[in-house]
Design a binder for this molecule. Structure first.
Ligand SMILES: Cc1ncc(COP(=O)(O)O)c(C=O)c1O
Length: 423
């Protein structure tokens, strides 16, 4: 078999080299494939192109910055683009926050966060506090540190990922976290949570959040909101944690930060936490050559301006209300749809298999493929598919997405009935 030079991520060999899975261009909310088809994008890229593809203002800002300063670093230097982007991020995050560290991916940013938390406690004379707690089923990236923190089993054992200083607890029942803290509270440096767990689009319940915030008061760990996916209007507010009764110590943002145009992430640190590092000689051992470059920061600044100009948060809320109605209709009318999960423009459909029970994981890819054949890109999720439309979707595009999902489900149902394959 002839292989393409490209070794794509998380795609098993039998599905590699397929022109039906190779995109060649993207504009608005549509992507074109190498086989010539054009598909409606129901995933906002990898949940990052919140404003749709091909935003002219962002493209222009990046092009201008590349001509002005093709490269400047934030490694033992500062640069003016990074200063401006950091301040703009602090402004949008709110007065609770004070400082920003730049990174190049959600995974690398979570690595940084773990180092930041441990250094913070060491500076307070508590260097024994090194344990970082994540939630079972969570996703924080696949770099070695973030892979360890990721609570979904993606082969951490096989790859020798070091999880000796990581613990995972339930994201549904806070009692498990409370018990862990009772036993090891003095060793816990940070608890990292996704406000809406990406895998399954499951929001933290108000009860869980209340307990979590109370436990932070009691045990003194840093609370980190991994908003890599939930930021930039994805779940309603600009950042999901802005609706929490009390703010996290650290907020991590990445996907929507440049509307998917650059390898960018930012770790936004509260004023109070930032103060603990503000003394002579303190240096955090984290730096990335491509973090905080002029083009990245120009993209961040332009994305923030476009979020504002396009009223992306307002549009996200309006689209979310329409999604509520359309998804309720789908649950009522379609026998394969058992229910929905999620918030804002971050939704999951829970589907039924042939026996009426939850769709088995082994069948999810076939459903995603059937919806793709019906003309729309959706994301695989536990027992179903996830819908993560651009916040700028029109009513007609939303109707089209739901129609294509229905058509895909019908085709999959017919194919399963035809072959007698369980699913
Ligand atoms: C909540 C969360 N954290 C971290 C990551 C990892 O980001 P990246 O793929 O940029 O490393 C993701 C990616 O999906 C995510 O959803």
């Amino acid at each position: 078999m002839t292989r393409q030079a490209l070794w794509p991520s998380l795609l098993e060999p039998s599905r590699q080299g397929d022109d039906g899975l190779c995109t060649v261009s993207a504009k608005g909310v549509r992507v074109r494939l190498a086989d010539g088809r054009e598909l409606l994008c129901g995933t906002s890229g990898l949940w990052n192109a919140n404003l749709g593809y091909g935003n002219e203002a962002i493209a222009e800002a990046v092009a201008t910055s590349l001509r002005d300063a093709s490269y400047l670093s934030v490694f033992r230097y500062e640069n003016a683009y990074a200063r401006r982007a950091a301040q703009a991020l602090v402004d949008v995050c709110g007065p609770h926050y004070r400082r920003v560290l730049f990174s190049t991916s959600g995974g690398a940013a979570n690595d940084l966060v773990m180092k930041l938390a441990r250094l913070h406690h060491a500076l307070r004379g508590d260097s024994g506090r090194k344990v970082v707690v994540g939630l079972r089923g969570s996703y924080h990236g696949l770099t070695f540190g973030s892979f360890g923190l990721t609570g979904e089993d993606l082969g951490q054992q096989l790859y020798g990922v070091d999880q000796r200083l990581v613990r995972h607890v339930s994201g549904d029942d806070p009692a498990e976290l409370a018990e862990l803290l009772e036993r090891q509270g003095g060793r816990v440096a940070a608890v990292v949570v996704e406000p809406v767990r990406g895998s399954g689009a499951v929001p933290l319940s108000p009860h869980y959040l209340g307990r979590l915030l109370g436990l932070r008061e009691r045990y003194g760990f840093l609370l980190v909101a991994d908003e890599v996916a939930t930021g930039f209007g994805r779940t309603g507010p600009f950042f999901a944690s802005q609706e929490w009764p009390s703010q996290p110590d650290v907020l991590v943002t990445s996907k929507g930060l440049t509307n998917g145009t650059m390898a960018a992430a930012a770790v936004v640190v509260s004023a109070e936490l930032a103060r603990s590092f503000d003394r002579p000689g303190v240096v955090l051992a984290h730096g990335e050559t491509q973090a905080g470059t002029p083009s990245t920061c120009a993209a961040i600044l332009a994305t923030l301006e476009e979020m504002d100009r396009l009223d992306a948060v307002g549009r996200s809320r309006a689209l979310s209300r329409k999604l509520d109605g359309k998804l309720a209709e789908l649950v009522r009318e379609h026998p394969r749809v058992l229910g929905t999960e999620g918030r804002g423009c971050f939704r999951a459909l829970k589907l039924a298999g042939r026996d009426g029970g939850p769709l088995p994981g082994s069948e999810v890819a076939a459903v995603v493929a059937a919806v793709r054949d019906a003309g729309a890109v959706t994301h695989p999720g536990p027992g179903g598919v996830q819908l993560i439309p651009a916040l700028t979707y029109t009513d007609a595009e939303l109707t089209e997405l739901l129609d294509r999902v229905r058509a895909g489900l019908d085709a999959h149902t017919a194919a399963v009935a035809g072959t007698g394959v369980a699913g």
